[in-house]
Design a protein around this ligand. Sequence first.
Ligand code: FES
Length: 78
Amino acid sequence: MTEPKIFDKKPSRVTLEPGTYHWCACGLSTNQPFCSGAHKGTGITPLAFTIEEKKEVWLCNCKHSANKPFCDGTHKTL
Ligand code: FES
């Protein structure tokens, strides 16, 4: 698997507490937009990111954003 699977062509709006998160990069997770371990064997690994203070973010679900793990509007071109 070289290209991620498009999970959804719209992002998830989530409010995150401070901490480290693992964003699903392969598109196969059953816990979108976060990793569920489903990437095993795909060659694609999740992306860890840290939130310093509680905030609302838009996380990419198409898995093609140029600003992963955040949505940058790329989903509109797929
Ligand atoms: Fe991927 Fe918007 S959902 S760029």
